[in-house]
Design a binder for this molecule. Structure first.
Ligand SMILES: *Cc1c(COP(=O)(O)O)cnc(C)c1O
Length: 391
């Protein structure tokens, strides 16, 4: 039998298999399961965006191969968004590339810059693709722990000099999945100085840039002076417009990095279906009240989750962005044993924090991706059946 390649064999084991089996069994037994485990918007894509897709799907000109870096009109729409929203000027021809969802670009970035043994600085807990993309390219992830006492920002001073010198990429993600943390412009300034000193390309994943609460507006990494010389930012229609299934995103920023990513991609995929690009243009340039409305929906669900936990012993602050609440497990539990305990007692699914890396141990994540009534039901069950807890 042909042996799988090392790059596949080294992929970490899937952590949630046991809990998923437990969920499947409970469903068979008729348990009314409420999943707060899924980081995927539950509401449909706004109708005006779907209508544009339908219209453009009928146009035969869109049935042929698209440009692998994206139509210029799509890249212009992304550049216009950056100008409007962040006062950041981008050249759509050289500083914007389309992606088949930002996850695709994140994974392929590693292939552009990492030779075997090269280091990428990777946050932990974090979106798994930064580390796995690094491994698939033959690179070595160096873990930057995200700790509560540092507001889940990496401590750049804790990175050893020789690691910083060898590192080629640094991954960041604010607003952050899974912690819900946000970054200040001062932190981004520190990152730019660090990247310049050690000649590192900063890759900022901004998937949650447009979901925010209590009047907060997340900044772009590219707003900071000098950021354009050291980095790129990844964005997507997925979370902003409930378009995770459509697969369209972008990378923007330093031209030679965007060019490298575009060159790699032109040899692997042939770009995004043009009708989807037209729909994304409509999303980015059309009315934005749907975006504001979604933030309000998530904010209401966030309040139910945080107030529900705080009523039985937690002391959480309300996150200012993302579709997640990140919380410590009570005394006497691991991430996994707590998730199993909650599920057994209530039928509510939460995600164990260690699924996002070793520094996620001791935490769990709640996704705000079910309707208010179901959130209320979930926290009602939690209140009635769990605790009291100590921390
Ligand atoms: C959801 C998410 C993305 C978006 O992925 P797409 O491929 O654009 O759908 C990127 N980064 C993080 C951290 C996410 O949670």
């Amino acid at each position: 039998m042909v042996m799988e390649a090392q790059r596949i064999r080294q992929l970490p084991p899937y952590l949630f298999a046991r809990i998923e089996a437990q969920i499947a069994k409970a469903k068979e037994e008729g348990v009314d399961v409420i999943s707060l485990g899924i980081g995927d918007p539950d509401r449909p894509t706004p109708d005006h965006i779907i209508q544009e897709l339908v219209k453009e799907a009928h146009n035969p000109a869109n049935h042929q191969y698209p440009s692998s870096v994206g139509m210029l009109s799509f890249r212009q729409a992304v550049a216009d968004y950056y100008q409007r929203r962040f006062q950041v000027s981008l050249d759509p021809k050289t500083q914007v590339v389309s992606l088949l969802g930002s996850k695709e670009g994140i994974a392929h970035m590693a292939w552009c810059y990492l030779d075997p043994g090269d280091i990428a600085l990777v946050p932990d807990p974090g979106y798994p693709v930064y580390g796995i993309g690094t491994l698939l390219a033959g690179g070595t992830p160096y873990i930057m722990p995200l700790k509560a006492e540092n507001n889940f920002l990496p401590d750049l001073k804790a990175i050893p000099e020789e690691v910083a010198r060898k590192a080629k990429l640094m991954w960041l993600n604010y607003p952050n999945n899974p912690t819900g943390a946000i970054a200040t412009l001062e932190f981004f300034e520190e990152v730019v100085a660090f990247a310049k000193k050690y000649d590192i390309i900063v890759c900022h994943d901004a998937a949650y840039q447009e979901i925010s609460f209590d009047g907060y507006r997340p900044p772009s990494f590219l707003e900071v002076p000098g950021a354009m010389e050291v980095g790129v930012e990844f964005g997507s229609c997925s979370k902003t417009y409930n378009m995770t299934g459509w697969r369209i995103g972008w990378a923007v920023g330093r031209a030679d990095v965007i060019n490298a990513l575009g060159r790699l991609k032109s040899n692997i995929d042939s770009g995004v279906f043009q009708a989807i690009q037209y729909a994304a243009i409509t999303a980015l340039t059309g009315p934005q009240d749907c975006v504001e409305a979604m933030s309000k929906v998530y904010q209401e669900r966030r309040d139910i989750a945080v107030e529900g936990l705080n009523a039985i012993g937690w002391k959480l602050e309300k996150p200012k962005s993302t579709i997640y609440v990140w919380a410590p497990v009570p005394k006497g539990f691991t991430s996994m044993s707590f998730a199993e305990h909650v599920f057994e007692k209530t039928g509510v699914v939460i995600t164990p924090g260690n699924g996002y890396g070793e520094h996620g141990e001791g935490f769990f994540r709640i996704a705000l991706t079910v309707e208010k009534e179901r959130m209320l039901e979930a926290f009602d069950r939690i209140k009635k059946n769990l605790g009291p807890f100590e921390f």
